[in-house]
Design a protein around this ligand. Sequence first.
Ligand code: ZN
Length: 203
Amino acid sequence: MDFLPTSVTKLIEELGRLPGIGPKSAQRLAFHLLKRSETKNQSLGDAVSGVKLGVMSCGTCFSLTSQDPCRICDHSQRDRSQMCIVETTLDLIAIEKTGEYRGLYHVLQGKISPLDGVGPEDLRIAECFARITAEDSPVREVILAMNPDVDGDTTALFLQKKLMPFEKVQVSRIARGIPSGGHLEYTDEATLIRALEGRVVVQ
Ligand SMILES: [Zn+2]
């Protein structure tokens, strides 16, 4: 597309690198941005370049936060006997949106994926066990809320086996109301609530 101005081609290229944006969507977005006011585009540019400012991982649950501990870990009304283990902060958000879960979380920051070379040591699994197995740990129920795909299953099974010796902790996995290969992030709230309620005790 050498007939297009370089700035436009560059923008199409950059947008096309984003997940879920194919070449056609990238073109459409770039042409949409060309029509918008300079001020609006500036504001978008500022938001993009500043997105990482003040963002950190909670030192306890490893969710994305602007304060450490995060607001959930720090909240006095959360049920500290329940811990829901999720892959990413996006999954945490999906569960929070249901308004049905009042326990704590642990964000693994990914899932075990042998094909992508991601092992347990690359995730926040050691920190997760430290929280559960600490002498004074209040955790009595662990809910595995991995996504229902191969890597999610591998991760859930790994955690389940590791938690087996800890008899004081009940381990459950959210029910399969979520379509196979579907993602928590894109699952509607009603389905997610059913999946949480119908969690199956695995240990
Ligand atoms: Zn936290």
